[in-house]
Design a protein around this ligand. Structure first.
Ligand SMILES: Nc1ncnc2c1ncn2[C@@H]1O[C@H](COP(=O)(O)OP(=O)(O)O)[C@@H](O)[C@H]1O
Ligand SMILES: [Mg+2]
Length: 407
């Protein structure tokens, strides 16, 4: 049986980080005794094979070693340990603008790239127009590429890579640079290449893209394999982990109670409870309860309670407040709890933070504010919805044409 198109065995790659140059003579003398660099492993013991016709994903946080591993497969970096072998013609799209000569025109760079891949000139001539039109660069193809925007670089790089008849195609995150319409065309093209049985390795920190595209997936963490297997399982594990981290970041950055604010009013606790009574956990379309404990030495008259929700990063999504008229007629005791219930939370999968404010209705002045005191995790209904909110929707399709349905 022939070897798989990509075989990676016990591959490790080390980098050196050089210390800053000594700025003074004294420092230089001190530094002479220490090493001027440190070594660290950007990739450690990577081991996998990619089968013919397989689309293989590599995911992981920034700096986890994805690009380094891909460059080792591409032969741009030499591993310090282990081995990698690639069978067949390899094309890669690793960094925006990598592999281009800035002073040459787009057209000249196409020929240059083809020559590097060992393709005959007549083959390149036969795909030249296709490359240019796929990249939408008809007007600019004879300008030097140093004048290209990053989007133009990406389009040209991608178009060259896919038209060079590769058996193995490596794609790093670069696709994210292009506009959406181009990205979609790329995805369609990649799908076509999969169907032709070409082998693809796709690197991204965008888990959903990997989910849609890849058969199997490797999750890297600090250069090491954290998980390797069917894409669905690996991506689920990865997202769960990302969420846990976000949640930890949110909880530790927020306070659980405030000191006394104006008039000595304090928020003593905020608890977020999901549909099944779990603290900090609910599902899309399920209830959410926020219970606010407060203390107000002289009671609270005409107070307004407000709760706002934020994603882990980003602007406010929703903000709700008590009814002013009701609160006007309803003085609150010096100590108590005010609870907000949302019967059907519309937020999609993710981690959200809350902000709680108590203010005086008449003046609008804040008694006290507690920003992001409690985060909570929402499990989404499925993978078809994206964004932050569940939007009720329906689709209408054309009437079924029986003759178009093949047996
Ligand atoms: N040429 C290099 N020299 C030194 N360190 C590097 C070099 N390239 C990458 N690194 C470091 O190696 C680690 C992995 O980087 P990289 O493979 O680019 O991660 P990713 O693509 O997952 O974001 C990072 O800490 C990065 O700073
Ligand atoms: Mg990278």
């Amino acid at each position: 049986m022939p070897e798989a198109p990509i075989v990676v065995e016990q591959l490790s790659k080390r980098f050196r980080i050089y210390h800053q140059r000594s700025e003074t003579l004294k420092q230089a003398l001190v530094d002479r005794r220490r090493s001027r660099y440190e070594e660290f492993w950007a990739v450690r013991d990577a081991q996998f094979e990619v089968a013919e016709g397989e689309t293989f994903g590599i995911i992981g946080a920034n700096g986890s070693g994805k690009s380094t591993l891909l460059k080792c497969i591409a032969g741009i970096l030499v591993p310090d340990r282990g081995r990698v072998s690639v069978r067949g013609r390899l094309a890669s799209l690793l960094e925006v603008g990598a592999g281009f000569h800035p002073d040459y025109s787009g057209r000249e760079n196409i020929f240059l790239n083809g020559a590097i891949l060992g393709l005959p000139r007549r083959y390149i001539n036969s795909v030249l127009e296709e490359i240019i039109s796929f990249a939408e660069l008809e007007q600019f193809i004879d300008n030097p590429v140093r004048n290209y925007s990053s989007g133009m670089y990406t389009r040209l790089g991608f178009s060259i890579a896919i038209h060079m008849d590769p058996d193995v195609l490596l794609i790093d995150e670069v696709l994210a640079v292009g506009d959406e319409a181009f990205q979609r065309r790329c995805m369609d093209h990649i799908d076509g290449m999969r169907q032709e049985g070409r082998t693809l390795v796709f690197v991204s920190h965008a888990a959903e893209t990997v989910r849609n595209l890849c058969d199997r997936c490797l999750w890297l963490e600090h250069g090491r394999e954290r998980m390797l297997g069917p894409t669905g399982e690996v991506v689920d594990g990865y997202l769960e982990d990302v969420n846990l981290r976000e949640m930890a970041a949110l909880s530790s950055s927020g306070q659980v109670a405030t000191g006394p604010g104006w008039m000595g009013v304090r928020i003593t606790s905020v608890t977020v409870i999901g549909g099944e009574g779990h603290e900090g956990l609910t599902g899309t379309g399920e209830p959410l309860r926020v219970v606010i404990g407060y203390e107000a030495p002289s009671g609270l008259r005409r107070a307004r309670f407000r709760v706002s929700f934020h994603p882990a990063e980003g602007p406010e999504l929703a903000s709700v407040q008590t009814d002013d008229r009701e609160m006007d007629e309803r003085p609150l005791p010096a100590q108590g709890e005010v609870a907000l219930t949302i019967p059907e939370l519309p937020f999609l999968d993710g981690v959200y933070g809350t902000k709680v404010e108590i203010e005086d209705i008449a003046s609008g002045r804040a008694y006290v504010t507690l920003d992001r005191p409690q985060s909570f995790r929402v499990h989404g209904p499925g993978r078809r919805e994206q964004g932050v909110a569940l939007v009720g929707h329906q689709w209408v399709l054309p009437a079924l044409d029986p003759s178009a349905v093949s047996a």
